[in-house]
Design a protein around this ligand. Structure first.
Ligand code: NAD
Ligand code: TYD
Length: 350
């Protein structure tokens, strides 16, 4: 039986990865380490949390003594590292939490792995899950390749870029067995409503304005979260040591076109007159340092590991809207209290 550490498993992507691994690999013991920030929610894992091969540990990756003890205790065979501060707007308002968790926390985990794997790397793997935002911004053409130079612009992307460099440095310096993926924007069930798609779904369902930064012309490449989890599974098991793989949906949308599509889908789902939800679109002050366009060339993972996205965007958006409408209690729970204060502060310029 292998013991696998998944960090950030109570968050959006992490919960889909934990569920996939717990259900698929009965011979793995999955330890989910999460400190449960505002973005972490154990409700995301209710369906699997009594399975015998699953264990939750509440703890902070920023606490090096705790991390060292955890690695000594469990003698992990592998690590999938997803814990992070993940929202660009929060990183602009308060960068330090990003520096701590995304950089220092990652190094604490690298050190923990290095301590217990010093006798040999056979069968071990430290998998760092990262973002395409490390590459900076594209103009109207071109795609991010694994060889594209790093050029991050927000405190979030700069902290993720730093952690990517440190993971590679541990490979090159200490021969730690690592693999990294850089993925485009994810969407799907369980995403915290500070991010564009769940924020818009939440506001539409409450008949509240949908804030669009600038002119809504920024472009993102959207991937359904379960397709990302499938890629993570594949890379963890079959990726080559020391390699980086880009993951993306080949699915570029301007923010305004995406929100219009979502408004139409939700007019139908909510039984509203066509065009009703579009009236909620409200242009607000642009994000500082707002990257114009992200788009991934995922041909390496497609060619070498045989991964491909499985869902068309229209289908993925429908599934996502259906999930949020069926789980309005989940949404209202996470969108109350501290989130309301964040929202008031973030969108005060409207
Ligand atoms: P999320 O914000 O939904 O979840 C992050 C999780 O990490 C939460 O459960 C939180 O409680 C936990 N966490 C935060 N700080 C911690 C700490 N100090 N110790 C332990 N746990 C801590 O994030 P997400 O969107 O699921 O992203 C997961 C990972 O994937 C991140 O590393 C992110 O950079 C990367 N990523 C995200 C996207 C995206 O579109 N969301 C795209 C590409 C890559
Ligand atoms: P977001 O979901 O925060 O992801 P990221 O910044 O990591 O790409 O934002 C996606 C896009 O939507 C980005 O171009 C910023 C824009 N956006 C808005 O226009 N309004 C909003 O309220 C938010 C949160 C994002």
């Amino acid at each position: 039986m292998k013991t696998i550490l998944i960090t950030g498993g109570a968050g959006f992507i992490g919960s889909h990865v934990v569920r996939r691994f717990v259900n698929k690999y009965a011979d793995y013991k999955i330890v989910n380490l999460d400190v449960l920030t505002y973005a972490g929610n154990l409700e995301n894992l209710r369906d699997i949390d009594t399975k015998p091969n699953y264990e939750f540990v509440k703890g902070d990756i920023n606490d090096s003594a705790f991390i060292n003890e955890l690695f000594e205790k469990y003698q992990f065979d592998g690590v999938l590292h997803l814990a992070a501060e993940s929202h660009v707007d929060r990183s602009i308002a308060d960068p330090m939490a990003f520096i701590m968790t995304n950089i220092v926390g990652t190094v604490n985990l690298l050190n923990g792995a290095r301590r217990i794997w010093k006798s040999g790397n056979e069968g071990h793997r430290f998998y760092h899950i990262s973002t395409d935002e490390v590459y900076g911004t594209l103009g109207e053409t071109g795609l991010f390749l694994e060889t594209t130079s790093y050029d991050p612009h927000s405190p979030y992307s700069a902290s993720k870029a730093s952690s990517d460099h440190l993971v590679r440095a541990y490979h090159d310096t200490y021969k730690l067995p690592i693999v990294i993926t850089n993925c485009s924007n994810n969407y799907g069930p369980n995403q915290f409503p500070e991010k564009l798609i769940p924020l818009a779904i939440h506001n539409i369902s409450q008949n509240k304005p949908i804030p669009i930064y600038g002119k809504g012309e920024n472009i993102r490449d959207w991937l359904y979260v379960e397709d990302h989890a499938a890629a993570i599974d594949l890379v963890f098991h079959e990726g080559k040591d020391g390699e980086t793989y880009n993951i993306g949906g080949h699915n570029e949308w301007t923010n305004i076109a995406l929100i219009r599509q979502l408004c139409k889908t939700m007019d139908k789902k909510l039984g509203r007159e066509p065009g009703t939800n579009e009236k909620l679109i409200t242009y607000v002050k642009d994000r500082a340092g707002h990257d114009l366009r992200y788009a991934i060339d995922s041909s390496k993972i497609q060619r070498e590991l045989g991964w491909a996205p499985s869902l068309q965007f229209e289908e993925g958006i429908e599934k996502t809207v259906d999930w949020y409408l069926a789980n309005s209690e989940w949404l209202e729970n996470v969108a109350s209290g501290a989130y309301e204060k964040y929202y008031e502060k973030q969108y005060v310029t409207r």
